[in-house]
Ligand binder design. Structure first.
Ligand code: FES
Length: 112
């Protein structure tokens, strides 16, 4: 079964959004029209990346930033470029985009 998360028009370019679904925490980023979806879990010590609601990006909206120790991640690959988890990756979540709605398979949420 697919679980709808949000409509694409709810996430503007250069913005990010936290998503709670089935007791799991994810976040989405939109950059150059593309949408990226990750588990909200820093590869450093496993904490959520955000301190403020829907704030996952650095001041330039160029990189994903972990609020705990400031690690910076590439938006498209999830790779940590700077910080204590350098070289590690955020875990992406597979999603479907249909009729302007981003959805995930229930089964893919059960795994983590
Ligand atoms: S928990 Fe994210 S950088 Fe330490």
């Amino acid at each position: 079964m697919m679980i709808p998360l949000f409509k694409t028009h709810e996430l503007k370019d250069d913005a990010s959004k936290g998503i709670e679904v089935s007791g799991k925490s994810l976040f989405a980023v939109r950059k150059n029209g593309e949408i990226y979806l990750y588990w909200n879990r820093c590869p450093h010590i496993g904490t959520p990346l955000d301190w403020e609601e829907d704030k996952f990006l650095d001041a330039d909206n160029a990189l994903i930033q972990c609020a705990t120790h400031g690690a910076l991640f590439e938006i498209d690959s999830g790779r940590c470029l700077v910080g204590p988890c350098r070289g590690k990756h955020l875990q992406p979540v597979a999603f479907e985009l249909a009729d302007g709605v981003v959805s995930v398979a229930e089964a893919s949420l059960r795994r983590a």
